[in-house]
Design a protein around this ligand. Structure first.
Ligand code: NAD
Length: 476
């Protein structure tokens, strides 16, 4: 059984959770300890105790540890990628790429630890100097979702550690395997006991202690809007710094002048890869009428040819849905789409494979309208719809008519429309002729409106959340 890491010790849980493979629900990937409230408080206490010495350990020590973690992730991308695919269901290629991404992120922040700096300015008072420096926030709570079990923890934990914070990390219930493997690597990187703690367990128990503890000074969360809203309210009670990355309903606009091959590729890649379980997935294609018929026909052809199956099989392009609950939700939305009057062009049915898994044929709806629930609500599965529109202006209006604002794309050969879209689309990430999902790790990530709350993640912009600014005045 894999245990929790609390104060440098591997600790038995209050209970055990089985990690089930969504490609083969008869396979148990492993058994994982579940912490209770008092063990979570122990982890927070250990993190509080260890934080000052980590903050003063020096930038070289921190850079060395992060470099070592990154290098081990990169060296072990094949076996850890397979573990990730077994527990989450994305394909092996996607699992390996995600572990490699996590490795690159740790290496990036090893460099950032060395580049920490400040400013020295003249004061408005003669004889006085002003220095502006960045300090760690303190103990950081990290709560993550199941869909990127390695990359999302990495892009929160790496900057937290780089800037001298200590960490209490609670992964999602469905994916303890990747979290434990990451904790194991971190525990052997030379980081002092208590600086990094892993507490696997329920959101309502472990997560609740993290969000309510006054010792946790900052909380970085990725997950659903409902949980995010609850955490924001709780965190405000003890003035925690908070960063929330939440849902999306990302539009992909296709104009008449688009390169059809690029548009179809962006649509299929963006909507269905990783089984559509990406916060940046394109779930609504907003398509100008002149290209609409050809686009729908080509996307349908592409979707029908996608091979759905066991995540570890080399021919699989689309793995299973993560679990039975998510599968039920996807099927319900497919029914809602039909009832609302959208045309189900292909997919949407359960598939049988050699093993018992949550296999769903990717569902593609045509002739949807921007008012339909399948075009407005986040489904978080392999379900997308096409909405026909007359003009670019109408496309932009439909695209912006959403409570979300994470990622948004346009396929066009017009510089004029591409430029206008980048300026006027209400989103955190705008894509021109590239899929809405798939981002770089050295630049900021995040959204607007109901998709994100707080400062940006990733790249150099991560410093804003994981540090606090101090201004010092000195009279010589
Ligand atoms: P979720 O909100 O159910 O859970 C996220 C995490 O919060 C889990 O670790 C869960 O255990 C924990 N949690 C749940 N209730 C809690 C509580 N009361 N107190 C403290 N913690 C609690 O989300 P999920 O189903 O794991 O993930 C899917 C969602 O994540 C989707 O909405 C998706 O869009 C979103 N997501 C967003 C991004 C982004 O960067 N914007 C990236 C990936 C996923």
């Amino acid at each position: 059984m894999k245990r929790n890491l609390i104060g440098g010790e591997w600790v038995e849980g209050a209970s055990v959770r089985l990690n089930i493979n969504p490609s083969d629900i008869d396979e148990v990937v492993g058994e994982y300890a579940q912490a209770d409230a008092s063990q979570t408080l122990d982890a927070i206490g250990a993190a509080r105790h260890a934080q000052r010495s980590w903050a003063t350990s020096g930038i070289q020590a921190r850079a060395n540890a992060l470099e070592q973690i990154g290098s081990e992730l990169l060296a072990r991308q094949q076996d850890l990628g397979a573990l990730l695919s077994r527990e989450e269901g994305k394909t092996l290629a996607e699992g390996v790429a995600e572990v490699a991404r996590a490795g690159q992120i740790f290496r990036f922040f090893a460099g950032e630890a060395l580049r920490s700096g400040g400013e020295k300015l003249p004061s408005v008072r003669a004889q006085v100097d002003v220095e502006i420096t960045r300090e760690p926030v303190g103990v950081v709570g990290i709560i993550t979702p199941w869909n990127f079990p390695m990359a999302i923890p990495a892009w929160k934990i790496a900057p937290a550690l780089a800037y001298g914070n200590s960490v209490v990390f609670k992964p999602a219930d469905l994916v303890p395997g990747s979290a434990w493997a990451l904790a194991d690597i971190i525990s052997r990187s030379g980081i002092p006991a208590g600086v990094f703690n892993l507490v696997m367990g329920r959101g309502s128990i472990v997560g609740n202690e993290i969000v309510n503890s006054a010792d946790i000074r900052a909380l970085s969360f990725t997950g659903s809007v409902g949980t995010g809203r609850h955490l924001a309210q709780m965190a405000a009670m003890n003035f925690k710094k908070i960063q929330l990355e939440m849902g999306g309903k990302n539009p992909l606009v296709i104009l008449d002048d688009a390169d059809l091959d690029i548009a179809v590729d962006c649509a299929i890649q963006g909507a269905f890869y990783s089984t559509g379980q990406r916060c940046t997935a394109s779930s609504r294609f907003i398509v100008q009428k002149g290209i609409y018929e050809r686009f729908v026909e080509r996307v349908a052809e592409g979707v029908r040819s996608l091979s759905v199956g066991h995540a570890l099989e080399s021919t699989t392009q689309i793995g299973p849905v993560v679990d039975g609950d998510q599968l039920d939700a996807d099927l319900q939305y497919i029914e809602i789409g039909k009832q609302e009057g959208a045309k189900l062009v292909c997919g949407g049915e359960l598939l049988e494979r050699r093993t018992r898994g949550h296999f769903l044929a990717p569902a593609f709806f045509a002739d949807a309208s921007g008012e339909m629930r399948i075009a407005r609500e986040e489904i978080f599965g392999p379900v997308a719809c096409a909405v026909p529109v007359g003009t670019y202006e109408e496309a932009l209006e439909v695209a912006n008519d959403s409570e979300f604002g994470l990622s948004a794309g346009i396929c066009t050969t017009s510089l004029k429309y591409a430029t206008h879209f980048k300026r006027h689309m209400q989103c955190g990430m705008a894509m021109v002729n590239v899929p809405t999902a798939g981002v770089d790790y050295h630049v900021p990530f995040g959204g607007t409106k109901g998709s994100s709350y707080g400062s940006r993640e990733q790249g150099r912009y991560a410093v804003e959340f994981f540090t606090t600014v101090k201004t010092a005045y000195t009279q010589a």
